[in-house]
Design a protein around this ligand. Structure first.
Ligand SMILES: [Zn+2]
Length: 442
């Protein structure tokens, strides 16, 4: 007889969810005064199960394949382990940044964003999704009955001894509400070394950091890791003698010993009025999540000129473009020139999976060259890539900005870094060409 058929849900449901993951001995079914278990007999589990069920523990033999099946069935039993929990844990273990639940006519597609790409992982049934949607709304402190308007919420999720913050957003689509869960990884190690800068860039960064006043703008497209760079800088400069205050949309990573404020649209707290209030609190160093409107731009630049140090991000393709963007936002040219002391441009670029990349000979700039191409294997989810690397251009500006100097603020530093990565076999020729061809040389 197949032992899985013997799984007794009443017995399994008594197991606390957190405990299941640690067990090496699994209860399968009960008979009179005994609990029959499979797995590895050990004192801790035996004592625990004895206590939980108040019965004797008897080990039943089973093959390793069968044991795996039983483990899976116990873990997949939704009465103890809900579908969203399986999905969230799978997403975290793959270091996904977002989980998308997309309703279609016949089912719900579940995709993870990993290294910037959306990859389909599961399909779930509409009825299961409806139940899950309600549970997520309750968890996220959202209105369960509201199905026609977009909503935001958040909840905490414990997994492998780490508490993750998860942001929820819902959006009504034709076939139902789409949910996106954004997973916030607090256990990131923000260090300057982790920024992957070259020696000269590192020197520039320290000059920027050591300047007492001025504005520093990290620029790049969406998803290029701009906020992580700001967090890294704040992490490296925080000490007890300085007052560092941030205003973010929303706070994504908590850093000890600094004051962090999240925007609150419902309460009317936005970047510009938040920034005004912070300036009244005598800060030494300010971080503004993003400059995206005229008022914020003007206040931030003025703060930098009046002796504050301001760190922020702006959505432009190059450092040079930052000057024009601020001008477009109505900030006076001479103020911009006076305020800016540092510009950091950056991109995140996909690196090849070391497990499966294959050698390839190509003609490169009229020369024969050996590079690596992507292939795909289980460990990289058949994408051929594993993770991304930050590439940057770091400009320290301690001179008067002229038109000529402005033209020097190109992305050449980044182009050089990408070429080095190609030569070292860390990226493919396709990624290199995409980068060069694209919008990036400005
Ligand atoms: Zn691979």
């Amino acid at each position: 007889m197949n032992q899985i058929n013997l799984l007794d849900l009443d017995i399994i449901n008594k197991l606390p969810k957190n405990k299941i993951k640690d067990l090496k001995l699994y209860p399968v079914y009960a008979e009179s005064n005994s609990i029959f278990c499979v797995g590895n007999l050990n004192t801790d589990d035996t004592n625990y199960l004895k206590f939980l069920y108040n019965k004797e523990i008897i080990l039943k033999k089973c093959g390793s394949n069968e044991l795996e099946k039983i483990k899976d069935s116990i873990l997949l039993n939704e009465t103890v382990y809900k579908i969203e929990e399986q999905i969230i844990e799978k997403a975290i273990s793959l270091k996904s940044s977002d989980i998308h639940f997309e309703p279609f006519q016949d089912s719900i597609k579940v995709r993870f964003r990993i290294n910037g790409d959306l990859i389909t992982f599961f399909k779930i049934r509409n009825d299961k999704y409806k139940e899950m949607l309600s549970r997520i709304k309750i968890k996220g402190n959202m209105d369960m009955t509201e199905k026609r308007l977009p909503q935001d919420g958040k909840f905490k999720y414990d997994f492998t001894d780490i508490t993750y913050s998860i942001r929820v957003s819902t959006l009504p689509l034709v076939y139902g509400e789409k949910i996106v869960l954004r997973i916030l990884y607090k256990n990131y190690n923000y260090t300057i070394e982790g920024l992957n800068l070259e020696e000269k860039q590192n020197e520039n960064l320290y000059k920027i950091i050591n300047s007492k006043r001025g504005i520093v703008l990290v620029n790049g497209p969406t998803g290029s890791g701009k906020s992580s760079t700001l967090y890294t800088i704040l992490e490296s400069i925080k000490d007890t003698n300085t007052n560092i205050t941030t205003i973010e949309d929303p706070v994504e990573v908590l850093i000890e010993n600094i004051n962090q404020i999240s925007l609150d649209r419902k309460a009317g707290l936005n970047f510009s009025n938040g920034l005004r209030s912070i300036l009244r609190q005598d800060p030494d160093i300010l971080m503004v999540g993003e400059i995206r409107d005229e008022e914020t731009a003007k206040i931030a630049v003025r703060a930098a000129i009046t002796g504050h140090k301001v760190y922020t991000t702006i959505h432009t393709k190059s450092s040079k473009e930052v000057y024009y963007r601020l001008e477009e936002m109505g900030v006076e040219k001479y103020l911009i020139k006076d305020a800016i002391i540092g510009l950091i441009s950056q991109r995140l670029i996909k690196v090849l999976c070391n497990n499966c990349k294959v050698k390839q000979r190509i003609a490169f700039q009229n020369r024969d060259m050996e590079v690596y191409a992507s292939k795909g294997c289980e460990s990289c989810n058949f994408t051929g890539n594993s993770g991304r690397k930050l590439i940057s251009a770091v400009h320290y500006i301690d001179y008067f900005m002229t038109e000529e100097k402005l033209n020097e603020l190109s992305n050449k530093q980044m182009v050089d870094m990408v070429l080095t990565l190609l030569k070292k076999g860390e990226i493919s020729i396709e990624i290199y060409e995409d980068f060069i061809k694209g919008e990036y040389i400005i």
